[in-house]
Design a protein around this ligand. Structure first.
Ligand SMILES: [Zn+2]
Length: 112
């Protein structure tokens, strides 16, 4: 399942970051989901909850998904957010970004 592997990747990324910083608790994982990633953020969050429930480090962890607008360019010089038709010349624009799913921030708790 597509969403499951994404959720697991996010978990693994956050876990590596948390361990590197000697975290006692992961609080929040901020994720940017490109609108063209064809991913259902709610489903990813749901699956993430199932994965994290086995890990005490993630007892209070919340997944915060933010949808990011795509960015496209066209051979005519257009650059913007139109994905299917270039508003200037009618050609199919090239997708520069919009498919990525990235962890932008991991909030943790550390022992004093
Ligand atoms: Zn164009």
């Amino acid at each position: 399942m597509h969403e499951y592997s994404i959720a697991y990747d996010l978990y693994a990324t956050a876990r590596t970051a948390a361990l590197e910083h000697h975290a006692t608790q992961v609080k929040k994982i901020s994720v940017e989901v490109g609108k063209m990633a064809m991913v259902n953020p709610e489903q990813v969050a749901f699956l993430f909850d199932t994965i994290r429930s086995d890990d005490p480090l993630f007892k209070k962890a919340v997944l915060d998904c933010v949808e990011a607008d795509p960015q496209t360019t066209c051979t005519c010089g257009y650059s913007g957010t139109e994905v299917y038709v270039c508003p200037d010349c009618g050609a199919l624009p090239t997708l520069v970004r919009g498919r990525e799913i990235v962890v932008t921030n991991v909030e943790i708790e550390v022992e004093d």
